[in-house]
Design a binder for this molecule. Structure first.
Ligand code: GLN
Length: 397
């Protein structure tokens, strides 16, 4: 089966092996019914940058399904698949889940093998499950989680050689018990401030419902988050400029029929194979990493990333999970954000912090406004998947 990453570059590419997650789903009895549309190489928030055209939101076909894994969320929302996988570099599982009214989980970095995942920004991304309910998404997470000898990042921070990886034989579905009576939920004003009023109102209603079920809430301050989306885009584009260098017309995918030397053929192949969003990011990422500018951009983004991690660590000293709107806005109309990349980038303000800090996060439907789905996000401490699954399952009660 072809793997295209939504790109003309890989329009005819058939991978020679299965990703670890696909092997695990098959071994558990799952049937792979298809591969879904996505923003080209995961670069987008709407599934409109796909070379194969946009995916529509099943809830309202005039709107985008979110992105970049919009095809997966749309397939689940439309009932074409019971479960789906996406990849989340800066929100690409949670954003489409929120926009389509389904559940999506971005696991802790290192919980799920990335072997076979085509890299966009490898220090940020994880493969995650989507489903119609928290319990089903948690079940799929249990299937795909765990160490993989072909991906060294799945052995991160596990201490001694005998200590087991947190994803070894987990039962995440058991955490979907809806019991938040012992739970303290942190509320970061920074992630509510810039969001649309009706989105905030829907999320606040869901939080009030959790309080009535016995949860405590507590304000938390995460001042670094003001810089998260900027830091994310510098890091993601820098890594992308390096990761996408492999698409050179020699090793993978599209090759131009240019008659010139290697440099001309390389340039021609990439001019033809990549769409404009991907080109923009390769150019910006290359610039950010260039000798004269590395300290000014990449170095400072890494500092901000460390600060985001520290802010979350401090918050988790006093709360179990942090809650916010998943997306600060309702699903865009098709075409609305395409001419304005900055507007699209800013929509990732609430999802990118969990990727920068390598933390687990979930989006679960909180309700609707104007008939459009609104997602509430819970971020947990490292390998705290059970806590976010428990909190999200209570929203469904
Ligand atoms: N919208 C973000 C981006 O374009 C996130 C994408 C993703 O998670 N793959 O980078």
């Amino acid at each position: 089966m072809k793997t295209t990453c939504g790109s003309e570059m890989l329009a005819q590419y058939e991978p020679p092996f299965d990703a670890t997650v696909v092997e695990r789903v098959s071994a558990a009895g799952g049937e792979i019914v298809g591969k879904t549309n996505m923003d080209e190489f995961g670069m987008g928030t709407t599934t409109e940058t796909s070379a194969f055209g946009p995916t529509k939101n099943p809830v309202d076909p005039e709107r985008v399904p979110g992105g970049s894994s919009g095809g997966s969320a749309a397939a689940v929302a439309a009932g074409e698949a019971e479960l789906a996988l996406g990849s989340d570099t800066g929100g690409s599982v949670r954003c489409p889940a929120a926009f389509c009214g389904v559940v999506g989980i971005k696991p802790t970095y290192g919980l799920v093998s990335r072997y076979g995942l085509i890299a966009y920004a490898n220090s940020l991304e994880q493969i995650g499950p989507m489903a119609g309910s928290v319990e089903e998404a948690a079940t799929l997470l249990s299937v795909i989680a765990g160490p993989d000898e072909r991906d060294a990042t799945t052995r991160l921070d596990t201490g001694t050689a005998t200590e087991t990886h947190p994803g070894t034989e987990p039962d995440y579905a058991a955490a979907a018990d809806g019991d938040v009576s012992e739970m303290t939920i942190g509320i970061p004003e920074q992630l509510f401030d810039g969001a649309d009023e009706d989105v905030v109102a829907t999320v606040e209603t869901a939080i009030a419902e959790l309080k009535s079920q016995g949860a405590q809430t507590q304000p938390v301050s995460l001042p670094s988050l003001e810089y998260a989306v900027e830091a994310y885009y510098v890091i993601a584009m820098s890594e992308a400029s390096s990761n996408l260098a492999r698409f050179d017309g020699v090793r993978y995918g599209h090759r131009s029929d240019s008659e010139g030397d290697w440099n001309e053929s390389f340039a021609q192949t990439r001019s033809e194979g990549f769409g404009s969003e991907v080109k923009r990011r390769i150019l910006l990422g290359t610039y950010a990493l260039s000798a004269g500018y590395q300290d000014a951009y990449y170095g400072r983004a890494q500092d901000a990333r460390a600060w985001v991690k520290r802010d979350f660590d401090d918050a988790f000293d006093s709360v179990d999970v942090v809650a916010s709107p998943t997306m600060p806005v309702k699903p865009f109309r098709l075409g609305e954000s395409l001419d304005d990349p900055l507007k699209m980038y800013l929509a990732d303000a609430n999802t990118t912090p969990a990727n920068l800090a390598n933390l687990p996060a979930i989006s679960v439907p909180a309700g609707t406004t104007d008939g459009l789905p609104v997602g509430i996000q819970f971020v947990g401490p490292k390998f705290g998947e059970s806590a976010i699954i428990r909190a999200a399952s209570a929203v469904e009660m």
